[in-house]
Ligand binder design. Structure first.
Ligand SMILES: Nc1ncnc2c1ncn2[C@@H]1O[C@H](COP(=O)(O)OP(=O)(O)OP(=O)(O)O)[C@@H](O)[C@H]1O
Ligand SMILES: [Mg+2]
Length: 1043
């Protein structure tokens, strides 16, 4: 095809096909391709060829025909799933995964809910097919952590429901004894996010009775075989199925294909995945165990015929497991409560009645628990949309796996319901594939040769028609006062529908038929075959009666599941409950509505033999099924018809982008638009037809090629859209940012301006206050000047703080405002004290001593002697002569007296004033004059009268001693280069501070007894010491400007 080639899809397909092995192409993969499509033999031959090669799947158009292989095939691996994922189903060999994927993709692309209808007789593989579909979705759909939980729960709901609702029958070792319709909900990403199950009519009678070769529901055997020892002990059960009356009726304890112990483990695991806690499991098992105990309750008959219970231990277990009072249970099992004229009466039952009351209780308990279980699973599968809790945006794929058509030796009410259900499904199939399709061609004006098929509506009507149908007659018989029985029901049937072409009874039958029919049977000629139904039990099963007192006791149960199953309101509700058949009829009608609202896919299951054997192809059995499933008619309609149809507007809307004339919009008539479009796509005339409002496309591959083209086109459109969108989004992002920036700027400028205005206002206020304060500054403190005054104080203190004097000598201090004069003075004192204190703390003892001496010097000489200022910065030495410079003899002569100071001096003779070098030594008690190593003179301080010195800059001084002292030879005239230091030391040592006399002009001194010498001091240019002509010692000392 042109489009295909252009896109290279051909290449893809060739690759796909080459991936298929030649084996896959045995026979034809689609019956539509059969040469002789009207031949049933060719049809069956094709089935057989493929079956022999283990190719169990074949299409009739889009309907999948599946033959049960009765063996595990290697065609359900992950690789197989991947191969079918996202691939058009005609491109790969037929498979259930292709149908699953097709439904999934239709749901995603067309946003239409889908349903997959699986039909076929019991054992044909419906349940297996539904499981395969579920697994396919679980593996291939997008996942997340949350979705994984949902997937697990969806998958694990199967083993639980099968344990409680499936059983071994003669037809199937794992026969579904309930109908199941399951919705899988997908979110907008296509991930499974939830599910919901609708269950239909469980075959409750199996709880109390099984036909020969059949078993009760699996769970009973699983519990007994697999249950842990202490669990069984708690439940009062023995590990022996033969002990239980309800499990021995079919005489079929073991089935080779079933491993109850392993299944038990799987069920326990599944229960916890679904969300059952240990308590709930325990309560559930209590119920299962109590059903087994109920079955073992036996009755004896008193002489009066009244029943009594012979098995008291069972009652004990039952009371505990059901959480009821044993004595009340006992009474309820053997009596019937009658309400007559508002009074309650207990009427005793005979042993037969008691046994059927017991069985009714078992069936009710089991049946209701099963419904509870489905509800519980539904709760755990419920879709909770966290993102959009109020939206209902989940798309749905429904899976219908319901009990298949079945025929036994003895068929009862249950088979009647099951086969009626299959009749309805066949009707739906006919409606949707055969009938409506042909009607549509007619109404669309497509030339068409009608295909004849058997419409089973006539049988459906026979069963369900109001007033005239079998169900109505059965209900009427159930409700009618008087002694209605199963036989009167049969009679009534004969009278009412006796003439119907699909109804026969023993009485109405011809001789041949009569031979194979019992008197209590009626025969229905179903679409799938003839079935004889035994009317025995029809009325009871339809009434589904449970005595009031048994209902009451169940309402009182302490078992939480039972209290949910048995509602107290039921006891007070006066309305008669709907009969079982009517309930079933109504629920099927609802199911049909659900299915009609969705787009269906079909899987038609075929059972190859009755022996459940692999590789056995029983032609008679298969021909029968091909016939009643209407597969030949289906094929004929397919061959003549069109695989695909769509309303013009839908078709155009979807594919308009593939043709320049229709893109982006077609302005003319829709039909013309579609015609232009398909011509552009290169459709050949035989590939399609245009009807009144729809286009009909004959082959799926034509449509798939168009889909492929759309896929490619979508990519280029998406790229274009992406580019536009990116441009647009970048631009709007930029504009938004720009706008935001401008906004921020404006705001910021506003803020700045506000701040500036505020600052100015504050400044003006401050200035104003300042000026006002200045004007009023002299006034006492008042509001006008307080700011100013405070400010002045503050600024004075701050200024002071910044400029505090750093040393004691720094006398600077800011001028305080008048108000702070006193405070300033105090602060100044404090500051000074502080500095002094700090200074004193830092001073060393040596320095202290030095300063004390300097202080003494200052007291003596300050402002009195010219060379004093020069001495101030020079430190006083502790001594001017060290030990070596003083003669040891002298030191020896001084003995113990410690030397305090020694200095070289010049001594002037008293007479001639000759200058002689001497040493002056000071000890604690005397001053000593030393000549070389001779101690020349010792002046005790006590004898020292005073010291004289000139006010000039010379170094002469006189030590006055009393002239009376013979030892002395008169006052001593000395000269020291360090006169200030020397005299200070002498004054301190001799304690003569106040005896230092500083003379202005001359100094007199005694020279021996009575004689006096004079030293004249005159200022001059340089130091000169001479003997004057007048006999005085004349000293000229340079004048220093320091004083
Ligand atoms: N695809 C398959 N591969 C292998 N074995 C299969 C397959 N389909 C069915 N079987 C076998 O056939 C048995 C019966 O199939 P299944 O239980 O699906 O039948 P059914 O149509 O659901 O019957 P019923 O109406 O009684 O429930 C399965 O237990 C299994 O052993
Ligand atoms: Mg089944």
């Amino acid at each position: 095809m042109a489009v295909m080639k252009a896109l290279g899809s051909e290449g893809v397909r060739v690759m796909m096909e080459s991936a298929l092995t030649a084996r896959d192409r045995v026979g034809v993969q689609d019956f539509v391709l059969l040469e002789n499509h009207t031949s049933e033999a060719a049809f069956i031959e094709n089935l057989r060829k493929r079956f022999k090669e283990n190719l169990i799947y074949t299409y009739i158009g889009s309907v999948l025909v599946s033959v049960n292989p009765y063996k595990e095939l290697e065609i359900y691996t992950k690789q197989h799933m991947e191969r079918y994922r996202g691939v058009n189903f005609y491109e790969v060999s037929p498979h259930i995964y292709a149908v699953s994927d097709n439904a999934y993709r239709s749901m995603r692309t067309e946003r239409r809910d889908q349903c997959i209808l699986i039909s076929g007789e019991s054992g044909a593989g419906k349940t297996e097919a539904s499981k395969k579909i579920l697994q396919y979705y679980a593996v291939t759909c997008p996942a997340s952590e949350q979705v994984q939980t949902v997937k697990d729960r969806l998958l694990q709901s199967n083993p639980v429901l099968e344990a409680f609702g499936n059983a071994k029958t003669l037809r199937n070792d794992n026969s579904s004894r309930f109908g199941k319709y399951m919705d899988i909900q997908f979110d907008f990403r296509g991930a499974p996010v939830g599910g919901h199950i609708l269950n239909y009519l469980l075959e409750k009678s199996r709880v109390v009775h099984q036909n020969h070769g059949e078993r009760n529901f699996h769970i009973f055997y699983q519990l007994i075989e697999g249950g842990e020892e202490d669990l069984l002990r708690r439940l009062g059960l023995e590990r022996n199925t033969q002990q239980y009356q309800y499990l021995v009726k079919g005489n079929c304890p073991k089935v080779s294909s079933i491993n109850d112990r392993n299944d038990w483990k799987a069920v326990r695991k599944a229960l916890s995945v679904i969300g059952f806690n240990d308590d709930e499991v325990e309560e559930l098992l209590n119920i299962i165990a109590s059903v087994l105990h109920l079955g073992n309750v036996q009755f004896g008959a008193e002489e009066s015929g009244n029943a009594y219970i012979t098995t008291d231990t069972q009652i004990k277990y039952l009371a505990r497991l059901l959480g009821v009072e044993g004595s009340i249970l006992k009474e309820a099992l053997t009596h019937k409560k009658i309400i007559a004229k508002g009074e309650e009466l207990m009427s005793p039952l005979n042993s037969e009645q008691a046994a059927s009351a017991r069985d009714a209780l078992s069936k009710a308990v089991y049946g209701r628990t099963f419904t509870w279980l489905v509800n519980k699973i539904n709760l755990s599968l419920a879709y909770k949309d966290d993102l959009y809790p109020l939206s209902k945006n989940a798309s749905v794929i429904g899976l219908l796996d319901i009990y298949g058509f079945e025929v036994f030796q003895q068929n009862s009410f249950e088979q009647f319901c099951i086969n009626y259900c299959n009749e309805k499904l066949q009707q739906l199939f006919i409606e949707l594939t055969l009938k409506s399709e042909q009607e549509e061609y007619e109404s669309e004006g497509i030339t068409w040769e009608p295909v004849q098929f058997f419409n089973n509506k006539i049988i459906c009507d026979l069963v369900e028609e109001k007033f005239k149908g079998i169900i109505s007659i059965l209900d009427e018989e159930c409700l009618r006062p008087g002694d209605a029985s199963d036989l009167t029901f049969l009679e009534k049937l004969e009278n009412t529908v006796g003439g119907h072409a699909h109804f026969v009874t023993h009485k109405l039958a011809d001789g041949k038929t009569r031979k194979v029919m019992g008197r209590e049977e009626f025969r229905l000629l179903h679409y799938a075959g003839e079935v004889n139904y035994n009317v025995n039990g029809f009325l009871d099963k339809n009434n589904d009666l449970l005595f009031r007192n048994l209902k009451e006791i169940m309402c009182q149960s302490e078992n939480k599941i039972l209290t949910q199953c048995f509602d107290r309101e039921e006891l007070t509700d006066k309305k008669r409950p709907e009969t079982t058949a009517t309930q079933f009829k109504n629920s099927l009608a609802k199911l049909m509505e659900i299915l009609m609202s969705k787009e269906p896919s079909y899987i038609r299951c075929i059972k190859p033999n009755d022996a459940k054997q692999a590789g056995r192809f029983d032609e008679v059995l298969i021909r029968h099924q091909v016939k009643y499933l209407g597969l030949m008619e289906n094929l004929r309609v397919r061959r003549a018809g069109f695989a695909y149809r769509r309303r013009y507007e839908v078709f155009l809307q979807r594919y308009k982008s593939l043709c320049p004339d229709t893109w982006p919009n077609w302005k003319g008539r829709l039909a013309d638009g579609v015609s232009t479009l398909v011509k552009h796509l290169g459709y050949k005339p035989e590939e399609y037809k245009l009807g009144r409002s729809k286009i009909f496309i004959r082959f799926p591959k034509t449509l798939f090629a168009t889909e492929d083209a759309l896929e490619v086109r979508k990519h280029s459109l998406a790229t274009k859209l992406q580019a536009c969108w990116r441009g647009y989004s970048q631009k709007s992002k930029y504009l938004k940012m720009r706008h935001s920036a401008i906004l921020i700027q404006a705001w910021w400028r506003g803020i700045l301006a506000l701040r500036e205005a505020k600052r100015r206002r504050t400044a003006a206020d401050t200035i104003r206050r300042f000026i006002k304060g200045f004007i009023y500054r002299k006034q006492p403190r008042c509001p006008e000047n307080e700011y100013f005054l405070d400010y002045v104080r503050y600024s004075f203190l701050m200024n002071l703080w910044r400029n505090l004097p750093k040393t004691v000598l720094d006398k600077s201090w800011p001028t305080p405002p008048p108000a702070l004069t006193e405070a300033s003075e105090q602060l100044r004192n404090l500051c000074m004290q502080n500095m002094v204190w700090t200074y004193c703390k830092r001073i060393s003892p040596e320095r202290k001593h030095q300063l004390e001496q300097k202080l003494v010097a200052s007291e003596i000489f300050k402002d009195k002697k010219d060379n004093y200022p020069q001495s101030v910065p020079k430190l006083f030495a502790s001594t001017r002569l060290n030990g070596e410079e003083i003669s040891p003899k002298v030191l020896q002569a001084l003995g113990n007296e410690k030397m305090k100071y020694a200095v070289s001096v010049t001594k002037y003779d008293r007479k001639g004033y000759r200058a002689r070098p001497r040493q002056l030594l000071l000890t604690a008690s005397c001053a000593v004059i030393v000549e070389d190593s001779k101690l020349k003179q010792r002046i005790d301080y006590s004898a020292l009268k005073g010291i004289s010195v000139s006010s000039l800059s010379d170094g002469l001084f006189v030590l006055h001693v009393p002239c009376e002292d013979n030892k002395q030879k008169g006052d001593v005239v000395l000269q020291s280069d360090h006169v200030i230091e020397t005299l200070t030391k002498v004054a301190i040592c001799a304690d003569k501070i106040n005896n230092v006399n500083i003379s202005q002009g001359s100094i007199k001194f005694t020279v021996g007894r009575g004689k006096e010498g004079v030293i004249d001091f005159t200022p001059g240019s340089e130091l000169l010491v001479t003997k004057a002509k007048n006999g005085h010692l004349s000293v000229t000392a340079p004048r220093l400007n320091s004083r």
